[in-house]
Design a protein around this ligand. Sequence first.
Ligand code: NI
Length: 182
Amino acid sequence: MLPKLKILDEKNKTLRTISKAVSFPLSDKDKKMIDDSLKYLEMSQIEEYSEKYNLRPGMGLAFIQLGVPKRIFVIVDEVDQGKFEHYVIINPKIISHSEELVYVEEGEGCLSVNRPVEGIVPRYARVKVEAQDIDGNVCTYRLREDLSVAFQHELDHLDGILFVDKIDPKNPYKDKEKMRSL
Ligand code: NI
């Protein structure tokens, strides 16, 4: 069964909230929301379900997209055909990043942005992120390429920023030649 999630649209001002740091232990409600989000994202990436439920495939979801201003996001990464890795990221911060910038060739997507958007978003090719896991343990993640972009996209959500904010509509492919495409 597809978990019932109400994902806010970009027009909703709640998405502009700066989310608050989370303390531990997590509430059962938060844990359920994490589980539901992971399941939703995984199903959205499986063609059978994305067609059945008319879902746009999504890789990441931040709590604020569900109207909850807590510094939590989840990411589901298909590492192999039908094999998914789940990330639960709480109170994250970027410890260091590459000089090199990249962008997603076909443009970034967001489950809160329900329209085609032209343009590219500069992202660090590699980031090192420190965050807490679901039990509050501090973990370090070294991320590159698509995962690096996904983490930066979700980190932005925690600060009320959408990827569309980073695109100048008058010059949507600005500095493209200075970056590598993914
Ligand atoms: Ni998003």
